[in-house]
Design a protein around this ligand. Structure first.
Ligand code: HAS
Ligand code: CU
Length: 493
């Protein structure tokens, strides 16, 4: 194997290892949610596992996979060596050291602050220092990507950069813009506070800096998946991309609109004026647009592919698509999940409806469709496609790779749809106690004991009358006592 493939493969290795640990944490959470009485089950273990799961999946698995994919794109799409490979390896080592520090802090049991690490929940200093190192490492990756782009630009002053690299550069820019805020939060506030150098931090300011970063973070995950959808999928399906320039418009819109939307995570926070929340809402609705364009462009490309393979009629082309290819199946199932997840996003972004779903299980339903399926399943499909090309060896157990996307899709749909429903019913997210402290209304079969207060119809009727009098007494009184104008009957229509 020549040398350059080692760099992305080393990144994919960390991504897969983080994924493995995070997935085992998910089993612990599922047991807690199922309210099973297991010997190891406790509040401490639950919050530890939710933190490890969130940090390792959302922050480590994604970042390492994306850095690796970025190097593959820079090397192959630009058809030139990646610039400054030494810096790339240093960045890798720094991010890996940070990951180990943060993971150690979580597993040691004194940093169960969840992946959003909102103060005043306080973690061990090594938790924040590790995260800061992951970010510094990712900046090294950004530098290598930008330098590679610039060196290509020098030798190709007039050419359009290949679409895959265009998408990766978008990812890099979004990341550079947003990580500034989380660096200020972590380095300027949380590290000194956890070390005891400063006594207090402002939770609303910290959350605001976090979401300044946190929403663009989700597009940092999504954009590399879009690179796969736009540049690998159409060819693998046997056709071609419907429009290259639409792809570029989509990527540029993400540069513009990824960040000024973060207040849609803080609708329920005090301290931020409603007018600013409205401004972020409008921007959020604007950023739905590039994903609608993507839905159109990619489905159109698939139709082109299906017809080139001989598909006829309105839907005959769907059956002609290469359903036996793991990359194809994984991406199409990702897209189907994203259709639901995206509509959920539009609901989240509406202030009134957000009040209904905020901090409920709905939210974890939403993000297991978006990052947990659209992004993660696309990355899995991309791995099936990339690994043989990077290593020069075929996939082992290739039949598993055909079944696995369906299993992931089925599991995530089951998980996410039920979390959307239970969220609407009021089930909170990130709460250990699935039994609601034994409250009767939470039990599967409410104890059917003797007569309780709920059978006292007289009491409830009186209370209802009091409420009706409160709600209508004065309005009706004032209608009756003000000067009134009678209306004759209107007829003849
Ligand atoms: Fe979100 C919360 C709004 C997209 C991730 N989101 C979260 C959280 C995460 C997350 C992790 O407005 C939880 C944060 C926490 O821990 O507190 N989200 C949106 C909106 C979008 C959106 C408007 N989210 C994402 C993506 C994510 C992600 C992408 C990760 C990758 N989200 C919110 C809001 C909240 C939120 C509020 C806060 C909730 C709260 O109160 O806490 C949009 O970008 C979505 C656009 C997508 C579409 C779908 C387009 C469909 C396509 C596929 C079509 C393909 C087909 C296949 C039909 C409009 C492109 C055809 C197949 C054939 C074979 C032909
Ligand atoms: Cu968001």
């Amino acid at each position: 194997m020549s040398r350059w493939q080692r760099l992305p493969l080393a990144h994919f290795g960390v991504a897969v290892a983080a994924f493995g640990v995070a997935a085992s944490m998910a089993v612990m959470q599922a047991m807690s949610r199922a309210n099973l009485s297991l010997p190891a089950r406790s509040e401490q273990i639950y919050y530890l596992s939710v933190t490890a799961h969130g940090v390792l999946m959302a922050l480590v698995f994604t970042t390492f996979f994306i850095m690796g994919l970025g190097y593959v794109v820079a090397r192959t799409a630009l058809a030139q060596p990646v610039e400054k490979p030494g810096l790339a390896w240093i960045a890798y080592a720094v991010a890996l050291a940070g990951t180990l520090l943060t993971t150690g802090a979580i597993l040691a049991g004194h940093s169960s602050v969840l992946y959003t690490f909102y103060p005043p929940l306080q973690a061990h200093p090594t938790f924040y220092i590790g995260l800061a190192l992951v970010i510094v490492g990712s900046w090294g990756w950004c530098a290598v990507m930008i330098l590679s782009h610039l060196s290509w630009r020098r030798t190709h002053p007039q050419a359009a950069v290949p679409l895959a690299m265009h998408g990766m550069m978008t990812t890099v820019i979004v990341w550079c813009l947003c990580t500034v805020a989380v660096a200020v939060e972590v380095v300027g506030m949380l590290i000194p506070w956890s070390l005891g150098w400063i006594k207090t931090v402002d939770p609303v300011l910290a959350r605001t800096l976090f979401w300044f970063f946190g929403h663009p973070l989700v597009y940092f995950w999504l954009l590399p998946a879009y690179v796969v959808w736009y540049t690998i999928l159409p060819r693998e399906a046997g056709g071609k991309l419907f429009s290259d320039s639409l792809g570029r418009v989509v990527f540029v819109l993400f540069i513009l609109l990824s960040t000024p939307v973060g207040f849609h995570h803080q609708f329920m926070d005090p301290g931020i004026h409603a007018g600013w929340k409205l401004f972020h809402t409008i921007n959020t609705y604007a950023i739905l647009f590039p994903s609608f364009v993507t839905a159109f462009t990619i489905v159109a490309s698939l139709e082109v592919a299906g017809r080139m393979r001989g598909g006829q009629g309105l839907f005959g082309w769907v059956a002609k698509l290469p359903w036996g290819e793991p990359l194809f199946t994984a991406v199409v199932l990702s897209m189907l999940a994203f259709t639901l997840g995206g509509f959920g996003g539009a609901i989240n972004a509406a202030f009134g409806m957000n009040a209904m779903i905020h901090n409920t299980a709905w939210v974890q339903g939403h993000f297991h469709l978006t990052v947990g399926t659209a992004v993660a399943l696309t990355f899995m499909g991309a791995s099936y496609w990339l690994l043989p090309r990077l290593t020069g060896r075929g996939l082992r157990f290739a039949a598993f790779a055909q079944v696995q996307p369906w299993l992931w899709f089925a599991g995530m749909m089951l998980f996410s749809i039920s979390n959307h429903i239970t969220g609407l019913l009021g089930m909170p997210r990130r709460i250990y106690e699935a039994g609601y402290q034994g409250a009767a209304q939470a039990a599967l079969e409410p104890p059917s004991g003797g007569r309780t207060v709920w059978d006292r119809f007289g009491l409830w009727t009186v209370l209802a009358i009091v409420l009706i009098v409160l709600a209508y007494g004065y309005p009706l009184y004032s209608l009756v006592t003000m000067h009134r104008y009678g209306s004759p009957g209107v007829t003849g229509f």
